[in-house]
Design a protein around this ligand. Structure first.
Ligand SMILES: [Mg+2]
Ligand SMILES: [Zn+2]
Length: 182
């Protein structure tokens, strides 16, 4: 069985502006050059997988169906640009509201579930996130992980281990990924 390389993408602060608990399409704002970067990654043979903590569900701020509806809308908008994402994985839990789980980042559960579902080769995969918890999830899953300064990244930058590469935004991280894998 052949295994595919993937790029795991945190959602808020990497793809769209992190405005705090984004669950309505009306609140979705693409960050600059994101769609073009995704198209380039897909063209290079990467599966594209969103991995996002959505504790607003556990906190009762919105429902899982809201998360799913938003993701369907994001997928639809990308389809219009000729791009198909390969998976949307979210953790609806929060340790203070219903107890711990295996999927909330920094746990690697979302990545591991996607790897199983989509036959991914984690050794050849990458993760892009704007928080230390994203990078930790990637590290635990064995995925090379990068920080971006969009979203919370500028705050996170001082907290990441020195060997972690930091880029201004997804487009810059994408250029790096394409360079080192070509
Ligand atoms: Mg984020
Ligand atoms: Zn969870």
């Amino acid at each position: 069985m052949s295994l595919y390389p993937a790029v795991f993408l945190d959602r808020d602060g990497v793809l769209n502006e992190d405005r705090g608990y984004v669950w309505r399409w009306a609140d979705w704002r693409w960050l600059p050059d994101v769609v073009e970067a995704l198209i380039q990654l897909k063209a290079a043979g990467f599966k594209l997988v969103i991995v996002t903590n959505q504790a607003g569900v556990a906190k009762g701020l919105y429902q899982e169906t809201d998360v799913q509806k938003l993701h369907q809308r994001v997928a639809l908008e990308l389809n219009k640009r000729g791009l198909k994402l390969d998976g949307f994985y979210y953790c609806p839990h929060h340790p203070d509201y219903g107890g711990p789980c295996q999927c909330r980042k920094p746990a690697p559960g979302l990545i591991q579930r996607a790897a199983k579902d989509l036959s991914l080769n984690l050794d050849q995969s990458f993760l892009v996130g704007d928080k230390v918890t994203d990078l930790e999830a990637g590290r635990q899953a064995g995925v090379t992980s990068f920080l971006v300064r969009s979203g919370y990244g500028q705050i996170s930058e001082g907290l990441v281990p020195p060997h972690v590469l930091v880029f201004d935004h997804l487009a810059a991280a994408t250029r790096h990924i394409l360079k080192i894998t070509s």
